[in-house]
Design a protein around this ligand. Sequence first.
Ligand code: PMP
Length: 428
Amino acid sequence: MLYQRSSALFKEAQEVIPGGVNSPVRAFNAVGGTPIFAKSAKGAYVYDEDGNRYIDYINSWGPMLLGHAFPPVVEAVIEKAKQGTSFGMPTAIETEIAELAVSMVPNIDKIRFVNSGTEACMSAIRLARGFTKKDKIIKFAGCYHGHSDSFLIAAGSGAVTFGTPNSPGVTQGTAKDTLLARFNDLENVKTLLASNKDEIAAIIIEPVAGNMGCIPPVKGFLEGLRTLCDEHNVLLIFDEVMTGFRLANGGVQQLKGIHADIVCFGKVVGGGLPVGAFAARNEIMDYLAPIGPVYQAGTLSGNPLAMAAGLAMLKTIKADAGLMQRLEEKTAYLHRGISEALNKHNVIHTINRIGSMISVHFSENQVVDFDTAAQGNNDTFKRFFHGMLNKGIYIAPSAFETWFITDALTYEDLNETIAAVEAIAKDL
Ligand code: PMP
């Protein structure tokens, strides 16, 4: 494959954009080489500026559950744009998507829309702190909740890929209120709660972690967190930015039957436009301005184009009773195929999967938390990444990320992907 135009564009971009990218995870620093510049995408494929076609397993890092340029989303956005792109006044479509989201997700009465997953999580902890009148939060090492200050403490995703899980610029004052626990380790959480009695406002968690690769919760972990939160009067916040409307219509709450107090959304809920949201029962949501004391706002929040895209997505997901099962089957097929191809060539690996989230770890140990995720062989991953890229398969350029499976993928696409793994496995 030739990447001439991508290379030229990257050079130009670096002159005026830090590192040439507007989000670090797009850079290839962790794997080496030049980032691919996307030109267009349709269904399961993304096309770069040099005319190469890739089967896409990033899918804009999650939003494209139904494939790129999904016609109902594109049409909804075009139609809305003709009527004006932003008003700074309430619109009917905001209520329409809110009603739909509330009907799909368990345990929520009200939802507020924001512009990103970061804003959703940042606002959720402010609300939790205001509601409980306590300051500290517990987060889990390797979980990523966006780039707001309180969360850049042992964060996953790009924060760990680029070696800055604790970012300079986050003050000691902020960092001291974020306590760190080990994912899948209830005893650890118990100890933190006991030694910070009556100080913890909330526990925030990716209920299926996706930012240190994919790590599902072990049996009893989420149930245990719920019980601990009840015992200690702590709010349980599920960050379902990745998992919401993906692992089930009602996210992990529905999938696992666990009740969260506040739920954060992003990605799928915006259909590829900049959207986030957070939701809870009335008692908590009514604590928000303008009816409650906790302030939260946004010039472009509930933007009509974003709401039109999100509404078209959610409507399609709700109407398609077979969608989640199809995604599950496609991902399970890919899982089996990749595993067989790697085993054939004795490549040590562990694959984690739940629903349409999957990750390949080049490690012989089970990957259950950040420490075990970090044991993966990064050199093997780099060879894997570039090998796949050269075969026209685009996965995230970091071992600490999840692959997002889209319904647009056909079994031919999956077979092509498995064949690519088989072809490169002997060189891993
Ligand atoms: N929470 C989770 C679980 C995420 O995966 C992400 C983004 N990958 C975020 C929050 C932040 O979302 P955004 O990038 O839209 O700010």
